[in-house]
Design a protein around this ligand. Structure first.
Ligand SMILES: Nc1ncnc2c1ncn2[C@@H]1O[C@H](COP(=O)(O)OP(=O)(O)OP(=O)(O)O)[C@@H](O)[C@H]1O
Length: 258
C-alpha cells in the first residue's frame, strides 16, 4: 500500500479569465495533518471545492487511495471517505445537536418515513445505535455537550458549534477530513481548545488524515506535520512549518516581507 492517500496532479481551475489554480501538484500521506496555506485568493478553498465535487476541474486530476476521483459528484466523494467543514457555519440552528450530526451520516441511515413508521422496532434499534455513536463522538470533544444532545444548536457558543460541525463530518468514519478555516469567528483560547480536540481525534489512531486551510499561523505551526504554500494558484513551497516559514519566496508572497 502506497504511503500517499491523496494526490493532485497538475490541478487547474479557470473561472472565465481568472486562473484560481494553475497546475497544482501535491500529495498527502496517510495519517498526516497537512496545512494548505497562502494569501487571500491563492486557491486554497478552490482546491477543496474541486476535491469535493463542487466545481469541475479545468485540467489535471485527483487520485484518492489509488483511485481516480477527478470530477466525481459530491455524493460519490463523500462515499469514498472525504468530508469537509466550511468557512461559514452550515449548521441548522433550530435543530438539535443530534439531528445536525446525523445529517452527516446519510449513507448509513436507511428506511425512509413509511418504512420507519411500519418497522418501528428496527427503527428504534437503529436510532439507539446511531445515538450512541453520535454521543460518544461528541464526548471526545466535550462531556458537557454529550449530555445535551437534544438541545438546539442555536443556543450554543461558537466553539461548540464548530465542534458539532466537525462531529458531523466525522460521524461517517471518513478517511480524509478537510477543515476550512476552523478558527474563523473564535477567540484565541477557543481556537487553542479546538486544536487540542483535533489532535485528540487524530490520536485515536484510526488513520484519519487531515488537510487544514487556516490563516492563523499559530494553529498551523502547532498541529501540522507538513505545509504546502500556494500563491496565485501555484505551489511555491512545501515542507515543515519551520521550513516554509523561513522560505524567502513564502515570506515575500505570504507575509509581505521582501
Ligand atoms: N466561483 C467563483 N467564480 C469566480 N471566481 C472565483 C470563484 N471561486 C473562486 N474564485 C477566484 O479564484 C481565486 C482563488 O479563490 P479561493 O477562494 O480559492 O482562494 P483562497 O486561497 O481560499 O482565499 P481566502 O484565503 O480569501 O479564502 C480568487 O481570485 C477568487 O476570486
Amino acid at each position: 500500500m502506497s504511503s500517499s492517500l491523496l494526490e493532485f496532479r497538475n490541478l487547474t481551475k479557470r473561472f472565465g479569465g481568472v486562473t484560481a489554480l494553475d497546475g497544482f501538484s501535491m500529495q498527502l500521506n496517510r495519517g498526516e495533518i497537512l496545512g494548505l496555506i497562502g494569501p487571500n485568493g491563492s486557491g486554497k478553498t478552490t482546491s477543496f471545492n474541486l476535491l469535493t465535487g463542487i466545481y469541475p476541474t479545468s485540467d489535471g486530476s485527483i487520485h484518492f487511495d489509488g483511485r481516480d476521483v477527478t470530477n466525481l459528484s459530491a455524493r460519490k466523494v463523500y462515499e469514498a471517505g472525504i468530508v469537509r467543514t466550511f468557512q461559514r457555519s452550515r449548521l441548522c440552528l433550530p435543530l438539535s445537536i443530534y439531528d445536525n450530526i446525523m445529517i452527516g451520516d446519510t449513507a448509513r441511515l436507511n428506511g425512509g418515513l413509511w418504512s420507519n413508521l411500519v418497522r418501528r422496532r428496527q427503527f428504534r434499534t437503529q436510532f439507539d445505535e446511531t445515538f450512541e455513536k453520535a454521543r460518544s463522538l461528541v464526548a471526545t470533544f466535550s462531556g458537557d455537550l454529550a449530555d445535551r444532545m437534544f438541545e438546539p444548536v442555536g443556543s450554543l457558543p461558537m466553539i461548540e458549534r464548530r465542534r458539532i460541525e466537525i462531529c458531523r463530518a466525522l460521524i461517517s468514519d471518513p478517511r480524509l477530513l478537510l477543515l476550512d478555516e476552523p478558527s474563523a469567528g473564535m477567540t484565541h483560547d477557543e481556537t487553542d481548545q479546538l486544536m487540542s480536540d483535533i489532535l485528540d481525534v487524530r490520536a485515536r489512531g484510526d488513520g484519519l488524515s487531515i488537510i487544514i486551510v487556516e490563516h492563523e499561523m499559530g494553529v498551523i505551526e502547532r498541529i501540522t506535520d507538513r505545509c504546502v504554500v500556494l500563491s496565485y494558484g501555484r505551489k511555491i513551497a512545501e515542507g515543515t512549518y519551520a521550513e516554509v516559514a523561513s522560505d524567502a519566496e513564502v515570506q515575500n508572497a505570504y507575509l509581505g516581507v521582501d
